[in-house]
Design a protein around this ligand. Structure first.
Ligand code: C5P
Length: 208
């Protein structure tokens, strides 16, 4: 049987990470959150005193130590914004490509979530999902998470931040965020996380 590779792409705070983790558990597959790789590059560029908008500084930061991936603040909005800036550089994307492809090539398959998994990293993945939700729905979720973490933010700030990240991710020249032509769309604006995972499993069953 063919390896079950599930590519999950979508914008920030769409719930794609939760869905990817849920799918991995359901199918017993390893999962890679590729956003963490870009977040580690963003953090590393800062730690080394580099400029995230400089292609060479950002490319050098792809040599981050693996321990960086374990740091809890990697999930913060501040590091997310840095990740979005370093991820526009071609050299950064090229440096992270093989690591992602090797993960996807594991015997039995894998689940990867990100922005360009179905379009660039594993264009021949047998199952591709494009997970999205309206901007207000995503902002409300991200705001609730931030408040829970103790961040001092307003819903308006979170909304503006998400809109800016969407804009940058969708309009960059290299591997922009776009639904692959053969990806199945899952809009979960009106769904709970449990309903969203159920819908994702149904789509995977339909596609595999
Ligand atoms: O998904 P997450 O919010 O962790 O991603 C952080 C940033 O990393 C995104 O805004 C995007 O710019 C970048 N990214 C990317 N390609 C991926 C995953 C993330 O460009 N496959």
């Amino acid at each position: 049987t063919k390896a079950l590779i599930i590519a999950v792409d979508g914008p920030t705070a769409s719930g794609k990470g939760t869905i990817a983790r849920g799918l991995a558990k359901h199918y017993g597959l390893p999962h890679l959150d590729t956003g963490l790789l870009y977040r580690a590059v963003g953090k590393q560029v800062r730690l080394s005193g580099g400029d995230p908008d400089d292609p060479l500084d950002a490319a050098r930061a792809t040599g981050f130590p693996d321990e960086l991936l374990e740091e809890p603040d990697l999930r913060s909005e501040a590091v997310g914004a840095l990740a979005s800036r370093v991820s526009v550089h071609k050299r950064v994307r090229a440096a992270l490509l093989e690591r992602q492809r090797a993960f996807a090539a594991q015997a039995g398959g894998a689940v990867l979530d990100g922005r360009d998994i179905g379009t660039v990293i594993v264009p021949d993945a047998p199952v591709k999902l494009f997970v999205t939700a309206s901007l207000p729905a995503r902002a409300r979720r991200r705001y609730a998470e931030s408040i829970k973490r103790g961040d001092d933010v307003t819903l308006e700030q979170v909304t503006d931040d998400l809109a800016a990240r969407d804009e940058r991710d969708r309009n960059r020249a290299e591997a922009p965020l776009v639904q692959a032509s053969d990806a199945l769309l899952l809009d979960n604006s009106q769904l709970t996380p449990a309903e969203s995972l159920e819908a994702a499993i149904a789509l995977v069953e339909e596609a595999r």
